[in-house]
Ligand binder design. Structure first.
Ligand code: NAD
Ligand code: UDP
Length: 316
């Protein structure tokens, strides 16, 4: 085991996905460094890891450089929910772009392997369905989602340029909507919003007419995918889509959550935010073929666990 033990940096490690990733890497016996500025991440997400000898936390803002000795970097630092990434859009794009530059510079200097948490948002409001990796996207460069979308697109560019120019060993994963325990209850994302509203019998806020679609992946499946990609062959750098291709409309999701929680909530329709993508569903053939990755957790199964998590938070 000892020779397989690695020093792994997880930026954004106190966030929703980052904390689950830290759990897995600590359980595998690696020395894990969790770096976070606690903008959207919390100490609660990683409290259970704090006493472990192979887990360490660094409070740091990735907009500033940092020097560390590591073997692998998972670069997840960036607010992911629209209300958080739009709160300070200049900071969001700085986090994606400066963060990528700093982490790629570090990877180059210490010869570390580095994985970028990219996003389905690089496809914007897609005109191709389902989205496959060779599609270049349909992104508004000046809209309210642009700080996130263009920041992530620029980060991908930096990853591929460092790879071509400096032979940095990269991986790029385009993550589609992922949900599960430790989503921030007030971060405005649809799954957490609907569950919180349903559990308190408040109106379920549907933006637009609810016909827009998303494809929701349970967090455990996604973490499997990130680790498989990091450990996969160096020749396969991506970009690779990771998400669950089970597509559902937002109205369908609301009805499902009302039914599963036994809630008295009714749906209420509100204005659709600008540039909200109309349809989103990943083509995951590449991840299946290259990594044998196939998310197995159905939406209803994942929602049971997620509802349970939010219930405990509310009623404890
Ligand atoms: P999250 O907001 O829970 O986590 C992001 C973490 O990054 C937080 O802990 C936050 O405090 C930290 N952070 C933000 N700015 C930082 C900075 N400047 N310096 C240091 N730390 C900073 O979101 P998440 O859902 O866990 O997303 C993690 C990553 O995965 C993000 O990069 C996101 O873009 C990507 N992603 C997530 C999804 C999803 O559905 N969850 C989909 C696509 C992509
Ligand atoms: N949404 C909604 N009600 C909410 C929160 C979100 O109808 O309370 C919609 C939102 O407009 C979008 C979809 O749900 O069409 C997913 O939103 P989320 O913010 O979770 O993710 P993203 O739009 O980034 O995929």
């Amino acid at each position: 085991m000892y020779h397989q033990r690695k020093r792994v940096l997880v930026t954004g490690g106190a966030g929703f996905l980052g904390s689950h990733l830290c759990d897995r890497l600590v359980a595998e016996g690696h020395d894990v460094l969790c770096l976070d500025n606690f903008f959207t991440g919390t100490r609660d997400n990683i409290a259970h890891l704090l006493g472990k000898p192979n887990f360490e936390v660094i409070r740091h803002d990735l907009v500033q450089p940092i020097f560390l000795e590591v073997d692998e970097i998972y670069n997840l630092a960036c607010p992911a929910s629209p209300i958080h990434y739009q709160y300070n859009p200049v900071k969001t794009i700085k986090t994606s772009v400066m963060g990528a530059i700093h982490m790629l510079g570090l990877a180059k200097r210490v010869n570390a392997k580095i994985l970028q948490a990219s996003t389905s948002e690089v496809y914007g409001d897609p005109t191709v369905h389902p989205q496959e990796e060779k599609y270049w996207g349909h992104v508004n460069p000046i809209g309210q989602r642009s700080c996130y979308d263009e920041g992530k697109r620029c980060a991908e560019t930096l990853f591929f340029d460092y790879h071509r120019q400096n032979r940095v060993n990269i991986r790029v994963v385009r993550i589609f909507n992922t949900y599960g325990p430790r989503m921030h209850p007030n971060d405005g994302r649809v799954v957490s919003n609907f569950i919180m509203q349903a559990l308190s019998n408040k109106g379920i806020t549907i933006y637009g007419d609810g016909s827009q679609t998303r494809s929701f992946c349970y967090v455990d499946d996604l973490i499997d995918g990130l680790i498989l990609m990091m450990n996969g062959p160096d020749a396969f750098v991506g970009p690779v889509n990771m998400g669950n291709p089970q597509e559902t409309s937002i109205l369908g999701l609301a009805e499902m959550i009302i039914r599963m929680t036994g809630s008295r909530s009714k749906v209420v329709f509100e204005e659709l935010p600008g540039d909200d993508p109309a349809r989103r569903c990943p083509d995951i053939s590449l991840a299946k073929e290259k990594l044998g990755w196939n998310p197995g957790i159905l939406l209803e199964q994942g929602l049971v666990k997620t509802i349970d998590y939010f219930k405990r938070g509310i009623f404890e």
